[in-house]
Design a binder for this molecule. Structure first.
Ligand code: NAG
Length: 283
């Protein structure tokens, strides 16, 4: 609903020049953002998107800045991983590795051109996942910016929009706990909260590499991040539990922008759902 209001507001003013920065090589992340980016273009905004996933067919108002294809980061070899109870700690190592590889893309020609461009944008959309090194663009363009998460928010993001992150009752992304935690779960949730935030600020945030490309006058990234205007997160209370939220922390689970597709009859059979009529059209 809030997203609709945002659109209503955006369409009532003249069209905006929007820059989307989604350099993480995970397709499962990009599909979430792509729906929004395409819809913004459809509604008349000039959208420029930095990613590894350019549109296959050209789309009006939508311009790609395509990054070089990197190996699929979504394939993790499970036998290489420690036993399940340690996995939630070990996964940070993979995310840190992926963060460095993602930040290294600042070295690619298209990124270098963007760092030097004299082009002006009105708004930035940027993924909040395993690094903040691309927030250098927020400093460069000096325009409002919106963070997006394609999954349950990372433990280091709530704080920047002043959303409650208290580990006594907010489950950590990596914990997989329900909102109703018992004492031991809360204890581990607190340890994970401290652990993930320390690893993030020391290994993943990316101040050093961002300074290398955006210049030494770049403010600390965690300070820049506090200027986030809005944070859109792909969660839903029905799936992820109810939790306190500030107005700039908006749950947009499933995006719900495209018209729903007809559910296949086998799904109805599986759940023994009878006599359902959806007046949905195929896209
Ligand atoms: C945050 O935004 C304010 C208001 O626009 C601005 O004065 C300040 O310089 C920004 N902080 C950073 C670190 O960019």
């Amino acid at each position: 609903m809030r997203l609709l209001l945002l659109f209503a507001f955006l369409t009532s003013v003249s069209s905006l020049k929007i820059l989307g920065i989604f350099p993480y090589a995970g397709k499962s992340h990009f599909v979430v953002f792509e729906v929004l980016l395409r819809e913004l273009a459809k509604r008349g905004h000039q959208v420029t998107v930095v990613s590894e996933f350019p549109q296959k067919r050209s789309l009006q108002n939508y311009k790609d800045i395509a990054l070089e294809q990197s190996p699929n980061v979504e394939i993790i070899n499970i036998p290489d991983m420690p036993p399940p109870f340690l996995r939630k700690y070990a996964i940070l190592k993979y995310l840190a590795q992926a963060a460095w590889e993602t930040c290294d893309k600042l070295n690619q020609k298209s990124m270098q051109d963007l760092i030097k461009t004299t082009e002006k944008y009105d708004l930035l959309l940027i993924e909040y996942f395993n690094t903040d090194c691309f927030l250098g663009f927020a400093h460069k363009f000096k325009v409002p910016f919106i963070g997006l998460s394609s999954c349950y928010d990372m433990p280091w993001v709530g704080e920047r929009v002043a959303n409650p992150t208290n580990p006594a009752y907010i489950p950590n992304h990596f914990a997989n706990f329900d909102v109703h935690m018992n004492f031991w779960e809360r204890l581990e949730n607190t340890i994970l909260y401290l652990y993930t935030n320390i690893i993030y600020s020391t290994l993943m945030q990316g101040d050093e590499i961002a300074k290398k490309y955006f210049g030494d006058d770049l403010p600390p990234l965690h300070v820049l991040a506090r200027n986030t205007s809005l944070f859109l997160v792909n969660t839903l209370p029905a799936l992820n539990g109810a939790r306190p939220k500030v107005p700039s922390f908006v749950e947009v689970g499933g995006m719900n922008i495209n018209k729903p597709k007809q559910v296949s009859p086998t799904v109805y059979d599986m759940w023994e759902i009878k006599d359902v009529k959806l007046d949905a059209e195929d896209d």
